[in-house]
Ligand binder design. Structure first.
Ligand SMILES: *Cc1c(COP(=O)(O)O)cnc(C)c1O
Length: 327
């Protein structure tokens, strides 16, 4: 039995109206860990459990850490999550609530991750948040379910951080010989995939400058980057403010709370971005995320919009120009 649940795909009246297209939502926000991550990470943990490992170790203070903690609790295997000092108290609590040990170490994820790797014993398994074929295989079950439900999109919209979700969705589409293109969405300050595609090489961002921390991989996985050569993948970038506004609007429309990482994808539909122009039936992977509160979203909207809408607009179009010039 899997640790994740089968999620519904529903038609969204509000996103369909906003975009003038038929929009399906795959509700990964309903996973017991709050995000799609449980599909791949749950599968990886189950496979390690079969080999008899005695502990799972993770270095994610976000939804991957929460998914590992959930999987460990269900499989009755201890979990240690090493998180950087920047991790919010709320995220630490969500992990600790699932009985995992939380160790706070280092100024950034790099240091926390090094510490996690250094502490691995022979009977421990390190669970990578996005760069593992087993994780992709688990995420691919999203498409198995969509196909079973008879949903036939002509575009799949999803968010990209390190590229694990993208890798899993493309694997699922290929498994069912579906040629359906994918729109990969990021926020401006976390656009490592978009910039890599534009440059034709896998770039490393000097820093993550986005509140969508779940999209904050400074470099996407080699596998995700290589997929652009075998599957049609388009890119879109939205601002943090657009992602936050999409979260708040989605909360009103669907009574579902998601992180800005997920709001980024939703924003492309609410804003009916040009990248959607050729498509009629769109499937959005509502990837979810457990780490933001309503209060936090409202505070972000306030601080991001008082940094002035004008500045945000200049910033987004400058980024778009840079990307265009690089092509
Ligand atoms: C992890 C995560 C992503 C990005 O997934 P990757 O596999 O790293 O590309 C997007 N949204 C949410 C809510 C996440 O937790």
């Amino acid at each position: 039995m899997s640790l994740h649940v089968r999620t519904p795909a529903i038609v969204s009246s509000s996103l369909s109206r906003a975009s003038g297209r038929k929009v399906w939502l795959k509700l990964e926000s309903l996973q017991p860990s709050g995000s799609f991550k449980l599909r791949g990470i749950g599968l990886a943990c189950q496979e390690h459990a079969k080999r008899g490992v005695k502990r799972f170790v993770s270095s994610s203070g976000g939804n991957a850490g929460i998914a590992v903690a959930y999987a460990g609790r269900e499989l009755d295997i201890p979990v240690t999550v090493v998180v950087p000092e920047t991790t919010s108290p709320r995220a630490c609590r969500l992990i600790a609530d699932m009985k995992a040990e939380v160790l706070i170490h280092g100024a950034s994820w790099q240091e926390a991750n090094e510490r996690a790797l250094a502490m691995l014993g022979d009977s421990d398994a390190f669970i990578h948040p996005f760069d593992d074929p087993v994780v992709w295989r688990g995420h691919a079950t999203i498409i198995d379910e969509v196909v079973e439900d008879g949903v036939q999109p002509d575009l799949v919209v999803l968010s990209v951080g390190g590229g694990g979700l993208l890798s899993g969705i493309v694997e699922g589409l290929q498994r069912h010989t579906l040629n359906c293109p994918v729109l990969a969405v990021e926020t401006t300050g976390a656009s490592s995939f978009t910039q890599s595609v534009a440059r034709g090489e896998r770039i490393v961002l000097p820093a993550i400058e986005s509140i969508a921390t779940s999209l904050g991989a400074r470099q996407v996985s080699e596998h995700a980057f290589a997929l652009v050569a075998e599957h049609r993948i388009d890119c879109a970038v939205v601002s943090d403010l657009q992602a936050v506004e999409a979260c708040l609007r989605f909360l009103d429309d669907h009574r579902i709370l998601v992180e800005p990482a997920c709001g980024a994808g939703l924003a492309t539909l609410y804003r009916n971005v040009v990248e959607l122009a050729d498509y009629r039936t769109i499937l959005v992977i509502v990837c979810g995320g457990a780490t933001s509160t309503v209060e936090q979203l409202i505070a972000w909207r306030h601080s991001l919009s008082s940094a002035s809408n004008i500045e945000a607009e200049i910033c987004t179009s400058a980024d778009a120009c840079r990307v265009t010039l690089q092509i």
